[in-house]
Design a protein around this ligand. Structure first.
Ligand code: NDP
Length: 283
């Protein structure tokens, strides 16, 4: 029997509706949740991402402040702008779209964003809070994946979760959230000798590599939940994930599609974080 689909579009719609209700409640208290998005330069993919983020904010009634800054911008000018936004009480979230031009050190930029407004959850203080289980933002992509598991009624407790990929924005925080949910977690990466032997043990398999058809049906335990974070293009230029969807869906119990899976959930969780920041500003 083919796997059941975890529909990221439908779930993201639900999350956005929840956020929209919370936005109305905050507005009634005189607070308009606001996200500042800084785009430096004119990277085509970044332009698209930023456009979506702005539209998403508007869709739930939040304010978005899009600042398009020249590619030649100096690091100091960018940091100065971030410092202004840090102390602007009408702005609750600050997001600097990555990648940044070569003259700007992204780690300095991230370090300058106030942790209270770090809705991407990239600041070391946010990452540290996540690591030790203190309250704070959760990074959008892994948080979206956890919400997808929840929607499928999958409790990670006692399950073996295998995360393929160990990046700071996906693999590592994904492993941390699964661990916090009491899964037994294995993290695989490019130096893992027998990847298939690892993935075949997974009750929950998260693929976050960036290689098309990386995960094939023979690498998946029957009935497993397969979360595909990858975003790649096939030979026809069509968006696809890391998982061989057609093959794996015959083996897995649950599967997320690409497109229409983790991507829309990542966007929705940014709204959740901005909402969280705005709510926290009341206290
Ligand atoms: P990175 O390139 O930062 O990390 C990729 C990871 O995959 C690395 O840890 C790398 O290992 C590992 N890897 C590479 N080759 C292999 C291999 N042969 N076997 C096992 N592991 C391997 O990517 P990101 O984490 O930023 O993103 C991963 C994918 O997710 C990309 O396709 C990206 O576009 C997508 N993405 C999707 C999002 C969404 O909203 N849907 C959001 C963010 C990312 P090592 O560390 O050893 O090099």
């Amino acid at each position: 029997m083919a796997a059941q689909l975890i529909d990221g579009n439908a779930l993201a719609r639900q999350v956005r509706a929840e956020v929209a209700t919370q936005v109305q409640a905050l507005k009634a208290q005189g607070v308009v949740p606001a996200l500042a998005v800084l785009l430096v330069g004119d990277d085509p993919a970044s332009q698209v991402y930023v456009k979506h983020k702005v539209a998403d904010c508007e869709g739930v009634g939040m304010r978005s402040i899009l600042e398009r800054l020249p590619a030649s911008l100096s690091q100091e000018t960018l940091l100065a702008r971030i410092r202004e936004l840090n102390v602007d009480a009408t702005v609750h979230g600050i997001l600097v779209q990555l990648p940044l031009p070569a003259q700007i050190d992204a780690s300095q930029v991230i370090a300058t964003i106030s942790p209270a407004k770090d809705v991407d959850c990239f600041h070391v203080a946010s990452v540290g809070a996540l690591m030790v289980g203190l309250p704070g933002f959760k990074p959008c992509t892994p948080h979206g994946c956890m919400r997808m598991l929840q929607s499928a009624g999958v409790d990670p407790r006692g399950k073996h979760a295998v995360v393929v990929g160990r990046s700071n924005i996906v693999g590592k925080p994904m492993a941390m959230l699964l661990l916090q949910a009491s899964a037994t977690v294995t993290v695989c990466h490019s130096a893992t000798p027998d990847l298939a032997a690892m993935t075949r043990q997974a009750d929950i398999l998260v693929a976050a590599v960036g290689k098309r058809n990386m995960i094939t049906a023979d690498m998946v335990k029957p009935g497993a939940v397969v979360i595909d974070v990858g975003m790649n293009r096939d030979t026809a230029g069509k968006l696809c994930g890391d998982v061989d969807f057609e093959g794996v869906r015959e083996v897995a119990g649950w599967i997320t599609p690409v497109p229409g899976g983790v991507g829309p959930m990542t966007r929705a969780m940014l709204l959740v974080n901005t909402m969280q920041a705005a709510q926290a500003s009341l206290h």
